[in-house]
Design a protein around this ligand. Structure first.
Ligand SMILES: Cc1cc2nc3c(=O)[nH]c(=O)nc-3n(C[C@H](O)[C@H](O)[C@H](O)COP(=O)(O)OP(=O)(O)OC[C@H]3O[C@@H](n4cnc5c(N)ncnc54)[C@H](O)[C@@H]3O)c2cc1C
Length: 401
């Protein structure tokens, strides 16, 4: 297998890089570098810039706005976007429900939803998890009863990322209780403005508002908003989750963070010399870089095999990318904590740090974002199916245990 890029692919990389240099708004780039939360407006603005260039949904079929790029070109685009660093397109629309609609939706659903997803005219969120049904997702209880030409939905979802901003939610609901649990689930698209939906925030450990509880009380959903067949929702969900896990690896983003770590460790003094000269620190940094190189090679192998793969089924290797990608990203937050040292005290405001008169060279405002990011990124090994569950999938699907 030849993993080198061709001259055309290298030229393509330059084109993407030039576009990002010219078009990525500096305010958004800075937020990304500093690990700050992006506002809905940031995501929408960036997605619309990509859409205007025709690059909002490269992996979709050309008739729905895809670019027709090869898997390698798609990989290069993603790598450059992450290294810029630019925000990833809103995954709930572009990576999750969009491909499900393309693969399993009706023509009417495609025409109605796909152009709006591309431009974030609709902001989507994901209603899969419930209290007691996370890893064991198939045990979900939110019910949908068919009454004439609509379903009536009752129940609760949890950890719904971005529900406070969302126009639409895609949900797994129980439509049959008398069969094996995987066989009684359907996949519904629900307008968040429908009466009976309540969104309640869950404040995360870093003080952020990204996840919610979402309640459904006698919510009416037209039957034409069901994806595919009734009780076949589990198949569509498995397809979606495979895509979610592939996008979690974020190799390019970690490359950018490592560059930043090197830069900052060269400024920070420890024991009379820059931290980057400290053997123990260098060892830890090198270990993370080696792991990242191995992950990149694995991702390239997956990209190289992409053409011959049956794309209607999830690729079990996506679990491998998810496990290692999440662990490596968490390791970079540990290195960042080491760089800022005592300034990593959680929730310390930038003003308090300045009052001490002993500012770290990297700037107090930025240092105060390190601990919240460290805590926030614990989520990476949980969402999209926890790393323990991914190991179970690998054991079964690849090792045959
Ligand atoms: C920040 C964040 C955002 C999220 N966003 C969304 C969202 O937008 N939409 C959505 O639907 N969900 C979302 N989730 C939910 C996420 O998918 C679940 O948290 C995840 O699937 C784990 O489920 P759980 O939290 O119920 O934990 P549990 O399933 O209760 O697991 C608890 C622990 O037990 C372990 N465990 C459970 N079963 C096994 C097993 N069989 N073998 C080995 N270990 C096991 C798990 O790995 C975990 O460590 C989000 C979660 C987080 C943290």
């Amino acid at each position: 297998m030849d993993l080198r890029f061709t001259p055309e692919e290298n030229r393509f990389r330059e084109e993407v890089r030039a576009f990002l240099r010219a078009e990525l708004p500096n305010a958004i780039r800075r937020k990304m570098v500093e690990g700050r939360s992006l506002a809905k407006e940031d995501l929408v603005a960036w997605q619309r810039i990509l859409n205007a260039r025709g690059w909002a949904v490269p992996h979709w079929p050309v008739e729905w706005g895809g670019t027709g790029w090869t898997p390698v070109e798609q990989y290069i685009f993603l790598d450059e976007m992450q290294q810029a660093p630019a925000p990833a397109p809103l995954p709930f629309g572009v990576t999750m429900v969009g491909p499900v609609i393309i693969q399993f939706g009706t023509e009417a659903q495609k025409k109605k939803f796909l152009p709006r997803i591309r431009n974030i005219d609709d902001y989507w969120c994901q209603g899969f998890s419930e209290p007691g049904s996370g890893s064991d997702l198939a045990s979900l209880k939110t019910s949908a009863k068919l009454v004439g030409d609509h379903y009536v939905v009752n129940g609760q979802k949890i950890w719904t990322t971005g529900a406070q901003n969302a126009d639409w939610i895609f949900c797994l609901v129980r439509t049959d209780t008398n069969v094996k649990k995987q066989e009684g689930i359907s996949f519904l698209l629900i307008d968040m403005r429908t009466p009976g939906i309540t969104v309640r925030p869950i404040v995360t450990i870093d003080g952020g508002r990204e996840v919610n509880e979402t309640f459904f009380d006698e919510v009416k959903v037209p039957v034409e908003n069901r994806i595919g067949q009734e009780n076949k929702g589990w198949d569509y969900a498995k397809f979606l989750l495979g895509n979610e896990r592939t996008s979690i690896a974020r190799v390019g983003m970690t490359k950018e963070r490592i560059r930043r770590i090197r830069e900052l460790a060269a400024q920070e003094m420890a024991g009379g010399r820059p931290l980057i000269a400290d053997e123990r620190f260098r060892e830890k940094l090198a270990a993370v870089e080696i792991e990242l190189k191995a992950l990149e090679m694995t991702q390239l192998r997956v990209v190289a095999a992409e053409r011959s793969r049956d794309r209607s089924k999830p690729d079990p290797f996506s679990s491998l990318l998810k496990i290692k990608g999440a662990e490596i990203q968490q390791a970079t937050t540990e290195l960042m904590m080491e760089i800022v040292g005592p300034y990593a005290l959680p929730f310390q405001s930038p003003d308090e740090i300045s009052e001490g008169g002993n500012e770290p060279p990297i700037g107090p405002e930025w240092a105060a974002t390190i601990a919240p990011t460290y805590f926030n990124w614990r989520k990476l090994t949980i969402y999209g199916g926890s790393n323990e569950i991914q190991r179970n999938i690998l054991a079964k699907a690849i090792l045959g245990l």
